[in-house]
Design a protein around this ligand. Structure first.
Ligand code: ADP
Ligand code: MG
Length: 333
């Protein structure tokens, strides 16, 4: 059987039952943004890992080494944010082809350690090997979260409000621009490319969700709204209604999509790698939560609600309701 037949997520479902040989201490194994492990003290340990492969996730000519190093760490910090935690320590493993120079690697670590410093993360180890052709980067990060504050993908209930912690679709459009180099003004392309290459992990937004008592589930957006919201729905046993009228394209995304003769919704729903948080907020606590977010200068946008009826439906601007299939990134589909 080819992986294409079951897809990336079908594969993960297949291996998930093999996970925990020793259930003691395992709060959450395979299936969430981080594994959650209970410690003796008042906090849970979070562990997450992500793999970046040259030619699959990035091209060397897209960005200087510093930017690639910073992103490799940032995408892992985003998974810690999705669980409501604060990051602690990182481990970096590299498979390095002959074409990569020592100067490039110096830059890579420079960028990574700047991001590490910003978020108070130690770089504590890793592994180094050669590679026949492509650069392969694996980063693993640990974090801590008070045990009653941990956020999971499961837990959303029908009636909970769907909020997102920032703009969507920009990073996906950034990739499109990097690949196709359309003739667009730099003030349009620059912020979109930046969204792709320099994502900001929403650690503080995750902490606000975790401490608010208002959040019943969360995930970070790596694969696109339709796919990542789908993960919350599946694990929570609920469906969702998303309102097209709430899915505003930012100025640059709108301009780029128009120049390409495309609907920006394509990137908002399926783009991926925005690394904003998608969260379920208890309806009676929404107002108070949004007030606290505003006090902390954070923007959470309300885009829909969770429903008893399974599946994700898009309420179009003209009132029609259409099913929203997962159109986000799957490495094998
Ligand atoms: P994210 O997009 O948040 O990084 P993924 O979709 O990559 O999450 O992974 C979902 C879950 O599957 C996580 O719990 C992750 O640790 C687990 N997982 C992914 N690939 C593997 C693998 N090859 N073996 C074991 N667990 C895996
Ligand atoms: Mg994630």
């Amino acid at each position: 059987m080819k992986l294409r037949e079951i897809g990336e997520f079908g594969f993960i479902d297949r291996i998930a039952p093999l996970g925990a040989m020793r259930s003691q201490g395992v709060v959450k194994g395979i299936g969430d943004d981080c594994a959650v492990i209970s410690l003796e003290g008042p906090e849970h340990l979070l562990v997450t890992t992500d793999l970046l492969v040259e030619g699959v996730h990035f091209l060397m000519e897209w960005a200087p080494a510093e930017v690639i190093g910073a992103k490799a760490l940032a995408v892992n910090l985003s998974d810690i944010a999705a669980c409501g935690g604060r990051p602690r320590d990182a481990f970096i493993s590299l498979a390095i082809p002959e074409s990569v120079t020592v100067e490039w690697l110096d830059g890579f670590y420079q960028g990574m350690s700047q991001t590490a410093q910003r978020y108070g993360v130690n770089l504590l180890g890793g592994d180094t090997t050669g590679s026949k052709q492509y650069l392969v980067i694996n980063v693993a990060v640990t974090g801590l979260v008070p045990r009653h504050e941990v956020l999971f993908r499961h837990g959303a209930r029908a009636g909970d409000i769907i909020v997102v912690s920032g703009p969507m679709g920009e990073s996906g459009m950034g990739v499109e621009i990097l690949l196709k180099r359309p003739d667009l003004p730099e003030e349009v392309t620059r912020p979109l490319i930046r969204a792709q290459l320099e994502p900001r992990p929403h650690i503080e937004e995750g902490r606000l969700l975790a401490t608010s008592g208002a959040c019943s589930a969360a995930i970070d957006m790596s694969d696109g709204l339709s796919s990542d919201l789908g993960h919350i729905c599946k694990q929570s046993g609920v469906g969702a209604l998303v309102y097209e009228s709430c899915l505003h394209a930012g100025q640059e995304l709108a301009a780029a999509a128009e120049a390409m003769g495309q609907n920006p919704l394509r990137w908002i729903l399926g783009g991926g790698e925005d690394y904003v948080l998608i969260a379920a907020i208890k309806p009676d606590m929404l107002e108070e939560f949004l007030r606290r977010a505003e006090e902390n200068r954070m923007t959470f946008l309300r885009i829909g609600e969770f429903t008893e009826q399974p599946g994700i439906q898009l309420v179009r601007s003209d009132g029609r309701i259409t099913p929203l299939r997962a159109s986000g990134w799957d490495h094998f589909a």
